[in-house]
Design a protein around this ligand. Sequence first.
Ligand code: HEC
Length: 121
Amino acid sequence: MKRSCLAMMLSAAALLLAGCGADRPPPGVQGDPQRGKIALTQYACHSCHVVPGVAGSQVYVGRPLDDLSKRRYIAGKVPNNQASLVRFILDPQALDPGTAMPTLGVSERDALDISAYLLSK
Ligand code: HEC
């Protein structure tokens, strides 16, 4: 068997494995929700928010993040879409000056994946 053919079969198998049981983002949503869920706990978003699918105490410093896929506005100000959700996570003050949500130093990739997770719930 040619080496390139073998490589193609292996990557097809890897894709299939990756697809098994994974939380798929809704159409049009970019990023990796599974990775986002892990990132979200690393930044301790659930220390201030109830986050769907993440175990923790019930905290309501910020509002629960369980209905973002249905919400029309973020922080009651910015029309809700993935791009503005990512911008809010990266720099909440820029979108909502004076907000009590702190800037947590989230990387762009993590913000994208976190938004993918929140929008798939
Ligand atoms: C120190 C507490 C705190 C932490 C930690 C925190 N938040 Fe927040 N967050 C808030 C508060 C307070 C608000 C409400 C701000 C507002 O509505 O202006 C908020 C608002 C939000 C909103 C807008 C919700 C809405 O009502 O539209 C999103 C989305 C959000 N946070 C996501 C996150 C994510 C993702 C993380 C982790 C990377 C995180 N937050 C970490 C306190 C926190």
